[in-house]
Design a protein around this ligand. Sequence first.
Ligand code: DX5
Ligand code: ZN
Length: 213
Amino acid sequence: MSKIFVSPSILSADFANLERDIKLVEDAGADWIHVDVMDGHFVPNITIGVPVVKSIRKITDLPLDVHLMIENPQKYIKPFAQAGADILTFHYEAVMAYNIPNIINEIHNNKMRAGISIKPKMPVQVLDSFLNIVDMVLIMTVEPGFGGQKFMQDCAEKIKYIRQKAPDIIIQVDGGINAETAKVCKDFGANSLVAGSYIYKSDDIKKAIDSLR
Ligand code: DX5
Ligand code: ZN
């Protein structure tokens, strides 16, 4: 059984009490901290950016798993690296396909692991030529932009395709993950689960995290 990396999304935390809410999931056994960066252009919502990553870097040793839902992600590789990000995931839809190898290279040169993500409507085959250079594929199982949406099972089916082509890659899912939908994704071959509302809205955070594994 391969290790499952649980990455609670602080989008569902209390931004006025981020340190407290990060410690809560850290003490409950979280593997990574998922940070959703949104710019109001690539997605309709605006959240947080480089300064917040820099601040939370000081209060946790867990890997910071930064999910960029922004246009022109390449411009922000170095700033996020300097702020202390460990994994940097950008969206396929936000860049030119011919430039993706460069972007992945630049993320690696900045000592981070590189992730590439696709939105629900994007066919999974577009990722074919990057599977041997990227560390992680993030399959969105909701339309990116907001927490608390319903899991889209047909998106999760994409996991099978990636797992068959890339046995060793990290496959992360994000959107509507709870104990039930996590099981579906793990059965398809996912090994990293992002969950925001399921973890932060539960009255027993440790139980919620354990239930995802
Ligand atoms: C959505 C974000 C997610 C979000 C997931 O665009 O990428 O990380 O926090 O929230 P839940 O787990 O509530 O669907
Ligand atoms: Zn996310």
